[in-house]
Design a binder for this molecule. Structure first.
Ligand SMILES: Cc1ncc(COP(=O)(O)O)c(C=O)c1O
Length: 444
């Protein structure tokens, strides 16, 4: 490794070189394209980013759940380099190549269910969600799409219609695509009559929303993140996903699991739906799949996906060979290094420590998540659960000042989401948790 696996600060943050680059950026890049930390990266390896000032920053974000195998994993770098030296593009729609086919075969095997499957690739998670919607509409001949409050599915026009959060994603940017409907999120911590009622009542609210406002026979697809990501890692109550699956079957609706953030070992299983043994009709992946090389995918029932006519999906660089090579290497690393087991271990270490912090700091309302997808929700006090975005920001800032990437999220911006690389060492994991505890002590 050329980037030592240690958190070390050699300047104040941001350092002088980052500040110069930031001034250039302000003059060249729109403010809409914001960054969590204005530290400009020179190299990245494992769980450490080396910035242009020589600071070694500990990554508890993985570029939003992307660098699961760690930055610059040698196997991924080798696969990308080899493919780039052969060819970088033909357009799969003009001349095909094996890495696309091989990756489709791998995802067909890995995703839940033993039925015949197909996989189609895109450049991003948002585009993949768009493809899933196209497929569901074509296969059912219906148009309505049901999503959930606090869901996030991307920033294209259609996926913004499906994304719940107005600020900052939607404000002033509409009108958005039509026939997208929203059911209440199965959010146990904030369920109005108590978390113990969330399963029954949230499912009933979904059923009633569809019945009263959409009509069951109009619905092409139900699209759900099995762990809601941008919302601060809300895990639906046990049984919710199975009920939704059954409801979709009963009504001839395509069940789409958006696993762009939760998929591919992050939760301690290949897919978050695996925790409940649920088999979706379509599974959407992205993010960690390409280890940062742009790629998204829809995998699912052959009879459903093949409803779309030839030419109905694709794109100039969709499923480009370098991204496919990166993804094949990424999946190998995930299997060879048993990153599902690593994710479960990370989850145990993190939630254990965070629960201890919750006993110490009243602002921690809830620690939750699945595997290495761990979030903390901050509230004004332990009692009425009023969201505390200012405190969340203060804790995140204290982490950043100490050289730890921690991201603020949630519908009320009162959650910290923690997504370390799944290959992180025990020392670095514990170091990051020490920083977090110190940040709570400073801010609270
Ligand atoms: C659940 C989910 N779906 C879709 C997307 C969109 O993916 P992308 O940013 O690659 O377009 C994201 C991105 O954060 C996501 O978390």
């Amino acid at each position: 490794m050329t980037v030592p696996q240690q958190r070390v600060l050699v300047t104040e943050l941001p350092g002088p070189r980052s500040r110069v680059l930031h001034e250039r950026r302000v003059g060249a890049v729109p403010r809409a394209a914001g960054s969590v930390m204005p530290l400009y990266v020179d190299r990245a390896e494992g769980s450490i980013l080396l910035d242009v000032d020589g600071n070694q920053i500990l990554d508890f974000g993985s570029g939003i759940a992307v660098s699961s195998v760690g930055h610059s994993h040698p196997a991924v770098v080798a696969a990308v380099t080899e493919q780039a030296s052969k060819f970088t593009h033909t357009c799969f729609g003009v001349n095909p190549y094996e890495p696309y086919v091989a990756l489709a075969e791998r995802l067909n095997e890995l995703t839940p269910g033993s039925h015949e499957k197909r996989t189609v690739f895109s450049n991003s998670g948002s585009e993949a969600v768009e493809n899933a919607v196209k497929i569901a509409r074509r296969a059912t001949g219906r148009s309505a799409i049901v999503t959930f409050e606090h869901g996030y599915h991307g920033r294209t026009n259609l996926t913004l219609a499906m994304t719940s959060k107005a600020t900052p994603y939607k404000t002033g940017l509409g009108p958005f695509a039509g026939d997208v409907h929203r059911a209440p999120a199965p959010y146990p911590y904030r369920w109005p009559t108590g978390s113990e009622n969330c399963l029954e009542e949230a499912f009933e609210a979904f059923v009633q929303t569809v019945h009263l406002h959409v009509g069951e026979e109009q619905v092409a697809a139900v699209v759900l993140e099995p762990v809601l990501g941008e919302a601060g890692f809300i895990v639906p109550p046990a049984g919710y996903l199975s009920r939704l699956r059954q409801w979709c079957t009963d009504h001839g609706v395509v069940f789409v699991a958006d696993e762009v953030q939760s998929g591919l070992c992050r939760t301690g299983d290949w897919f978050a739906v695996d925790h409940e043994g649920v088999v979706p009709d379509l599974v959407v992946t992205g993010k960690a799949l390409g280890s940062g090389l742009p790629i998204g995918a829809v995998t699912g029932r052959a009879d459903v996906i093949d409803a779309v006519q030839p030419g109905g999906m694709g794109g100039t660089t969709a499923g480009n060979p370098v991204s496919c090579a990166a993804a094949l290497a990424t999946l190998d690393v995930m299997a060879d290094e048993d990153l599902n087991a690593r994710a479960r271990w990370i989850g145990e270490v993190m939630t254990g420590r965070l629960q201890e912090m919750a006993n110490r700091f009243d602002v921690i309302g809830e620690v939750r998540g699945r595997g290495a997808m761990v979030a903390v929700e901050l509230v004004v006090d332990g009692g009425d659960r009023s969201p505390h975005p200012a405190m969340t920001q203060a804790v995140a800032k204290a982490c950043h000042a100490a050289g730890l990437i921690a991201m603020q999220t949630g519908p009320f911006r009162n959650c910290l989401r923690l997504l370390p690389p799944l290959t992180i060492s025990e020392d670095l994991l514990r170091d990051g948790l020490d920083v977090l505890e110190q940040a709570f002590a400073t801010a609270a």
